[in-house]
Design a protein around this ligand. Sequence first.
Ligand SMILES: [Zn+2]
Length: 819
Amino acid sequence: MKTKRAVIVQCRLSSSRLPAKALKNLGGKPVLTWVLNAMKKVKADKYYVATDEASFSALEPICRKNGFECFAGELDDVLKRFCDLIKKIKVDTIIRATADNPFLFYEAAQASLDEFEEKNKGRHPVDYLTYTGLPHGSGVEIINARALLKAAEETDNPYDHEHVGPALYNHKDNYNCEFIKAPVRFYNPDLRTTIDTFSDYLRALTIVNYLGQQNKPYTTEQIVDACKSDYVNNPVILVPSVSKGQGTGHLHRCLTAALEAKFFVYIPKDSTLSGINTIIDEYREKGLDPSQIIDELPDNSYSPVIVTDCFSMSREQAALFYNAKKLISIDEGSDFCDYCDYLLDIIPSYEAQRIANAFDTSYIKKPQNVRAERTLNIENVLVCLGGEDPAGLTLPAAQALTRVLPGASITAVVANPEQYQNILNINFVPPIENLREKIYEYDLVVSHYGLTSFEALFAGCAVIMLATTKLHENLAQKYDFAFIPQGKIDAKKMQEALASEKLFPKPEQIENMNMNLSQKSLGTCLSKLASGQKLLCPVCRTKPAQPDIIVSRNEGRTYRRCRSCGIVYMSYTAEEDKEYKKAYFFEDYKKQYGKTYQEDFDSIKKQCVRRLEIIKSLSQDGMSQNYLDIGCAYGPSLAAASELGFSPFGTDISEDAVHFVKNKLHYPSCCSAFPELDPEKEFGITKFDSISMWYVIEHFKDLNSVLEKISQILRSGGIFAFSTPSGEGVSAKSNPGHFYKISPTDHYSIWEPSKAQKILKKFGFEVVKIVSTGHHPERFPSVIKDGVKPGSLRWKMVDKYSRLMELGDTVEIYCRKRF
Ligand SMILES: [Zn+2]
């Protein structure tokens, strides 16, 4: 019987870039199974996998299980392999796919097959048809089998023989080949779903994690949705410390977060941490997928968000991770904190020199099993230095305990218990699984400064810390723990620690550490941080070779100073973009200033009159005719300009505002997302005499194109003026942490008057006047401290001082275009 249509999936295991990729595990199934399940949805009479002899035995069972027959043919002459199969099954039409595409658009495949057959009913039959613009790795080819056999006979070009389609479409004189732009539903040329490299494989894993398991192939919409999701676009790779001597706390914390939020954990093959596989197995039992543990990092084609939890990054790590999409670090103690987009501190630290974005002990996983009451009669003791003990403190501590507490049961955690068989009265055990929930069974826990100590504290055990360094001694002291100083451990020191009144953690101790008893999910927190935005210097727009200087960090954002141009900018934000719709001028404005924008119209207009008089006085010919206000909002500055004899023009991103200006105030204005504005088209003007931006410049992520555009549409000698919050006012100077914390989330640059000239010069402007505005005596530290009354003599003096020293919280900068 003749076969009308056959699906043929081409597959081989000898890929050099990613060997045996068709067999790689993807959500519990081999990649090939995904391909076959998708292609089975295409309506055909026969379903084949075409492979080579060497791959046959590994692939055949998978084919059989999924309703495909397996055909072995030539390894390198793929064209011959196809032709041999065609001759065998006597088929008319081939639907060809390759086995490295687990997320094939089977709906697009069916649509293109229908289109192929429709065309072949007509007067212009086609030999080959495929859709273009599908995600890279979603496409299939529809081929006329007879034409392919003929083409194979005609060509001896090696390239044609290594592939299939080229035998037809590289010989278009002889064959009718159609490349058709895919229907809108399938058209996503920027997406990539194929598996060609390790990075591709990681992406495929995230797509499956995002969509979850289902018993039918994913639809086009599901795949596109996944590819555009934050989770798939910001793959999180946790990098715990896994080198000998730094404990297992970091690894436990990362595996917990990986389990919570389906992150990857990077564990290099040469990891020297003892007991690492036992720990990983513990989490696999809880549901961690084997594919979440990776020993290779993806390349730039799938740049990850790196989250380090490794105590202290090395120079090499810092340099490597600086190239990642984003770098977030937990409890980072190295000198490379400037490389990090975000710093999260979880464990209380000792006088860290740098400020973290956030410090929150709620992310310490608290034990659920806690002791009902304190036991002064200590019978059950655990000595646990994190499964590792580089300083060799476990044995001397346990021995000292046998002398001081002769009746007690002493358990000591060591990597190799069998080495300690002959030491009496101590129960040596390997690292304890799920210790967090078992720690409450011990009356006393002896450990060093780290997660185990805090878990013991939260479980209500007595705790003695063993200091391995001066720093740990300081930490134990600062946070009121009973401890044994660094050096030799003996019975006398142990006795002293046991007698310490700090043996049991007290509530005030927890408060001193700023500890939070509540529990938050680190995985959820990191997911949110990973989808945050990283921003470049808005003026230079290039990634510097060295990270820019940190100015301020707070919970939502990080600010830096560009090493090249000197501007202060938001370099990372976890907050969402604002939309400048009606609500921005009404609800949002009211929230910030206590009245609506329109209620404020007259007072804003008054300010604009003052500013425009300055512009007028600075204009060399004394007159500024055509005046453009960018971000004109509801038009107060246009109204002011009109009164002063200017011809005002306005533009704003808010349609509602532009509508008001046009129809109520009757000034020419247009809706535009500056710098996308064509003033000649909109207003019939190519160069303005003056341009202003009142509290607008700080809202642009790309200032370079904004300032270039302004320079381009301002006549030489014309005035460009803007107002903006000042990075050198009293608020910024006296309490920068607070200033940046309350800076609106959509202010991407902070202007410092003293740096403005250098930045503006790049765009051909010369600063001709700076006016310090927004004077607030009540924001001066001395006024706050002494409770100075508004209107008093001292108040007035501070106000005068603020004006004299230009300490206003806002600033107006006026510049002239030089050429
Ligand atoms: Zn810059």
